[in-house]
Design a protein around this ligand. Structure first.
Ligand SMILES: [Zn+2]
Ligand SMILES: [Zn+2]
Length: 182
């Protein structure tokens, strides 16, 4: 990882003590400021703070981490281009591995892996990467958003116009002629 998304990390877990206690579950929770991540995402602004809550536990000899993440983001509606704020939840689930084993063959290629280094786990960066990759392709201000009139460009959520009935998508223009001549 050559690009660091985080600023000063607060979520740095010391795994050394934990790993000596075989059956214990290690819970964690907190918040992350978003200045750093907002420099890397185009067209979105994450509104502070990102909240996370999770646990580390041991199963079949492996350490696993789970975390639920929730955040708010601001973007433009895909149909009417109004500024829209939405809340989203996502989750992180991965196997913990020592950084020194990063080039060893992974038994399961589909498994997500989070690396710790020298007994210390910095989860904040992984949480930020999960947030960045969970941002949706499309956001609507509302499921019923009517968007902009393709004819005159007014916001059909706020106003109505008369060109709507006459408007024919240019892609169907030829089809119209076809039906008339038939
Ligand atoms: Zn809209
Ligand atoms: Zn119109």
């Amino acid at each position: 990882m050559c690009v660091s998304l985080r600023g000063e990390s607060k979520l740095n877990i010391n795994l050394v003590n934990f790993m000596e206690l075989v059956d214990k579950v290690l819970p964690f929770e907190g918040e992350i400021a978003t200045d750093a991540i907002n420099e890397y995402i185009d067209g979105f602004k994450i509104i502070d703070p990102i909240k996370y809550k999770g646990q580390i536990f041991k199963i079949n000899g492996s350490y696993l981490v789970n975390a639920d993440i929730s955040y708010k983001y601001e973007t433009k509606c895909d149909r009417c281009f109004e500024t829209t704020i939405k809340e989203l939840t996502t989750s992180l689930s991965a196997k913990l591995k020592d950084y020194s084993e990063q080039y060893e063959d992974n038994e399961d290629e589909n498994e997500d892996v989070i690396y710790y280094n020298k007994g210390s786990l910095d989860l904040e960066e992984y949480i930020l990467m999960e947030v960045a990759s969970s941002l949706p392709m499309k956001t609507l201000c509302d499921e019923t958003c009517k968007g902009l009139c393709p004819g005159c460009g007014i916001d059909l959520n706020k106003e109505s116009c008369t060109c709507q009935d006459d408007y024919i998508d240019p892609r169907f223009e030829q089809l119209k002629d076809f039906f008339i001549t038939e």
